[in-house]
Design a protein around this ligand. Structure first.
Ligand SMILES: [Zn+2]
Length: 220
């Protein structure tokens, strides 16, 4: 649950500051941190259940944030198709894929770019092991953008492998994950997907879903 505050509270920059770039009201954090995040115009999302606040960059200039940024610890909220702008979602998809490849990643979750909703990108190198029986005709070996992904079944058999993370630079951790998972999600058109993923695909999906729950490899 969240409240969108931007409709009731307006933080419009004055023209001079807007031209100058960064501005904002420190609300639960200090302005210096916001500057470091490159946030030039943003809004707040308040999560009343844990009294935390997330700050959303309103423009498309997304940036991958790193540990110990507290946004990485937020539990992402479901993407609401009725309330949110699908055109913007498509821009976020493009921008997240661009950022992921620019940093040689294989997956990227919305939380890592300070967006509060449940979606993630799975890079094409990690979609080869997806059984697309009911995945809406999607092919393996292409970039997948998964909205509201959830794991509905998983193998009891686990495999441990060294993992890295774009939000935990220079850290590698052995992480045990289920070898196989069954996933339910929506694609960018809102179509329901259900598919099986194994090996690397299963690992990347579990890693990205951890991000959406505020969990990092350093917790493993
Ligand atoms: Zn990661």
């Amino acid at each position: 649950m969240f409240f969108e505050l931007t409709r009731s509270l307006s933080f419009r920059a004055d023209p001079e500051q807007e031209r100058g770039g960064s501005r904002g009201i420190a609300f639960g954090t200090d302005k210096g941190s916001l500057d470091k995040l490159g946030m030039t115009n943003w809004c707040f999302y308040l999560f009343p259940d844990n009294l935390s606040i997330i700050i959303l960059n309103r423009f498309i200039m997304l940036k991958i944030i790193t540990e110990p940024n507290p946004i990485l610890r937020q539990k992402a909220i479901p993407f609401d198709w009725d309330k949110l702008n699908v055109a913007k979602l498509k821009k976020w998809e493009r921008e997240m894929i661009r950022l992921m490849y620019a940093q040689k990643g294989i997956g990227l979750a919305a939380t890592q770019v300070s967006l509060p909703w449940r979606f993630c990108v799975i890079g094409r190198a990690a979609t080869d092991h997806i059984t697309a029986s009911s995945a809406g005709g999607r092919r393996g070996g292409t970039d997948w953008f998964l909205i509201n992904p959830e794991i509905i079944a998983r193998s009891s058999e686990m495999h441990t492998l060294l993992e890295g993370c774009l939000s935990c630079p220079k850290v590698e951790r052995p992480v045990a994950r289920a070898i196989w998972v069954k996933v339910r999600a929506q694609d960018i058109t809102g179509k329901n997907l259900e598919f099986d993923a194994e090996n690397l695909s299963a690992r990347v999906i579990q890693h990205e879903l951890d991000h959406l729950d505020g969990i990092l490899i350093i917790d493993k």
